[in-house]
Design a protein around this ligand. Structure first.
Ligand code: FE2
Ligand code: FE2
Length: 220
């Protein structure tokens, strides 16, 4: 008979460090019990002919989306680390696993566009993890409220990107359309499980920091 050892704090810490290193170096981390990876929605979709300027613009937008997903991983893990209840913690980790699909689709699309992820991803990861911890420490209602607000802002942002992506870039469009539907579902899920509405100026500060991230990640 083999006795299973319960993971210690150090095991958790090492696991999270590994997740951070994987996420910021272009690999995708998933928990062993999470949902199976889904196929890339771009599938066999073919782009129309794009000019070099259009390709550069698409790459900038997809770099933003990739960094957004790096931030999502960090936020969810930070929030899960200090969640009050095991149920909320499980929900957050499950959501992080679903977001891992988005991360890998954006990463694949960047490679197709011959572009690299943001050089500042380790910095964004660290900052987002800290914000996730701060939100989580306020209790589960705030924690879920933060998920709902984040997902609603990401949804609005994806609508904007679907408007500004070159019409010829069909593969990025296919990916962003599925991501948008997923983010709407994530927000609804958090709202059904007791998300509180965040008071001002928190939503405004969140929007401001994501504007900063977008301006930088488009280029760098
Ligand atoms: Fe996402
Ligand atoms: Fe999401």
């Amino acid at each position: 008979m083999t006795l299973e050892r319960r993971p210690s704090r150090i095991d958790h810490l090492l696991g999270e460090l590994q997740h951070a290193l994987n996420t910021t170096s272009g690999a995708v981390s998933r928990s062993a019990h999470g949902p199976a990876p889904r196929a890339n929605p771009a599938g066999a979709e073919r782009d129309l002919e794009m000019s070099p300027a259009q390709i550069r613009h698409s790459a900038g937008l997809m770099r933003i989306n990739h960094t957004g997903e790096v931030c999502a991983q960090a936020l969810y893990l930070g929030q899960a680390r200090v969640a009050d209840s095991a149920e909320t913690r499980e929900q957050l980790l499950h959501a992080a696993d679903e977001e891992a699909d988005h991360l890998s689709w954006c990463e694949a699309r960047l490679r197709e566009l011959d572009a690299r992820p943001s050089l500042l991803n380790p910095l964004w990861y660290l900052g987002s993890y800290g914000i996730g911890l701060a939100a989580g420490l306020k209790g589960d209602g705030w924690n879920l409220g933060f998920v709902s607000e984040t997902e609603r802002q990401v949804e609005a942002h994806l609508v904007e990107h679907l408007d500004t992506l070159p019409a010829e870039d069909r593969r990025s469009r296919a990916i962003l359309a599925v991501m948008k539907d997923d983010e709407i579902r994530h927000a609804e899920h958090a709202e059904q499980h007791g998300a509180r509405r965040l008071p001002p100026p928190i939503p405004q500060l969140m929007a401001l920091s994501s504007r900063l991230m977008k301006a930088v990640a488009y280029r760098l």
